[in-house]
Design a protein around this ligand. Structure first.
Ligand code: CAA
Length: 382
């Protein structure tokens, strides 16, 4: 029972949980190959999952943020690499287009985030601007009837299979006193002239989720590529990340949950010293604490989503959810590896993959340190 979850939300997440039951056999090869299987992405499109955050009037499911968080928990429990692709596509890119896109942009681009032919990308980070996102150096200059964009975006999820990316670039000079000034969001088709994709990163985890550089070398986009107001791109990126952080909290919950489920089953089966290791108090207490932390993290994620659904401010609550849930996922996945002992360190039992995949959750969409900054600023303001 959960006070934030209604019948429709339960039904949607239940349907996705059922769908994930057949994924396991696809995971090892895709993780080795470093790419999400296109047929599964297409299926998520057909099922409506990719359009969950898009209103019905735009052809999506128009589901609540609570429902989307629950679905991301299920996808992450099954396969974190797949979940992060969906989180970026639907949590950040689609939501930003829905909130800030013109009717023409919505009509042109939203279907491409739902049809399952690819997954949208969000290009904010650069080599020298990670946590200090406003220091980005990619430039956009007016050029004839459109824009010319130059820069190199780094660590871009989905870029390799994205139809387009939301790219943050600076219009005008860098102002040291107000670094976010001039930052503008552009919808950049990835087949535009001057756009190319760098080589895929080799990562600790989430290996089936592609992460590449996005290179803009005199990239040409039309005048109508600006998303929202010119110069308002930083606020668009930040509010996109507010929503995205609920998704990463939900992802952390899914990862931790599945790792603990594996550990619980193993502890009941595995016998040492003549009895199941689940009988030993050290292990019982560890699992009890992990289970309590998991429940708390889920409630924080759903609280932030619930506030969002009601149009109430949720920046601080999303940061709290991401901070708590991602740190919880570190403890939970490491506890799971420890419960399985030597087997936990081996690939056959999957907990080592959940520990590697979960490691990203305290880093991307703003490190734990950035979440603390966001929470402290809100807490100490006024
Ligand atoms: N919503 C709307 N506007 C916001 C906002 C929010 N949540 N937060 C800040 N803003 C606005 C401010 O109001 C301010 O506007 P004005 O100048 O008009 O007053 C402007 O943005 C600048 O705000 P700050 O002074 O707070 O900016 P800052 O430089 O101090 O940065 C920060 C704040 C929170 C540290 C921010 O840089 C940040 O979040 N950094 C982390 C970046 C990040 O999360 N990157 C993730 C990359 S994407 C990713 O990981 C996705 C993936 O592929 C998995």
């Amino acid at each position: 029972m959960n006070p934030f979850v209604g019948e429709t939300e339960r039904a949607l997440s239940g349907a996705v949980a059922d769908w994930t039951k057949n994924l396991a056999e696809r995971i090892p090869a895709a993780e080795m190959e470093g790419a999400l299987p296109s047929d599964l992405v297409a299926e998520l499109g057909r099922l409506g999952v990719l359009g969950m955050t898009i209103p019905e009037a735009d052809g999506g499911l128009g589901a609540s943020a609570v429902a989307f968080a629950l679905v991301l928990e299920e996808l992450s429990a099954a396969w974190p690499s797949l979940a992060v692709g969906v989180a970026v596509n639907s949590g950040i890119v689609a939501s930003s287009l829905v909130r800030f896109g013109s009717p023409e942009q919505r009509k042109r681009w939203l279907p491409k985030l739902m049809d399952g032919a690819g997954l949208g990308a969000f290009a904010l980070t650069e080599a020298s601007s990670g946590s200090d996102a406003a220091s980005l150096r990619t430039t956009a200059r007016r050029d004839g009837s459109g824009w010319r964009i130059d820069g190199r975006k780094q660590f871009i999820t989905n870029a390799r299979y994205a139809p387009f990316a939301i790219v943050l670039a600076r219009v005008g000079e860098f102002d040291v006193k107000r670094t976010s000034a001039g930052i503008t969001a552009f919808v950049v088709p990835l087949d535009a002239d001057g756009v190319s994709i760098g080589s895929s990163e080799r990562k600790m985890g989430l290996r089936a989720s592609d992460t590449s550089a996005l290179i803009l070398d005199a990239a040409r986009v039309d005048r109508d590529a600006v998303l929202g107001e010119e110069g308002n791109g930083f606020a668009i990126a930040m509010s996109g990340l507010d929503g995205g952080r609920i998704g990463i909290a939900a992802q952390s919950v899914g990862i931790a949950r599945r790792a603990l489920e594996i550990a619980r089953a193993y502890a009941k089966e595995r016998k040492q010293f003549g009895r199941p290791i689940a009988d030993f108090e050290g292990l019982r207490f560890r699992l009890a604490k992990a289970d309590s932390d998991l429940a708390a993290a889920r409630l924080l994620a759903l609280r932030a989503a619930w506030l969002r659904d009601r149009g109430r401010p949720f920046t601080r609550e999303a940061a709290m959810a991401k901070l708590y849930a991602s740190e919880m996922a570190q403890r939970a996945t490491h506890a799971a590896v420890q419960v399985l002992g030597g087997n936990g360190y081996m690939r056959d039992y999957a907990v080592e993959r959940y520990a590697r995949d979960g490691r990203a959750t305290t880093i991307y969409e703003g490190t734990s340190e950035i979440q603390r900054i966001v929470i402290a600023r809100s807490l100490l303001a006024a």
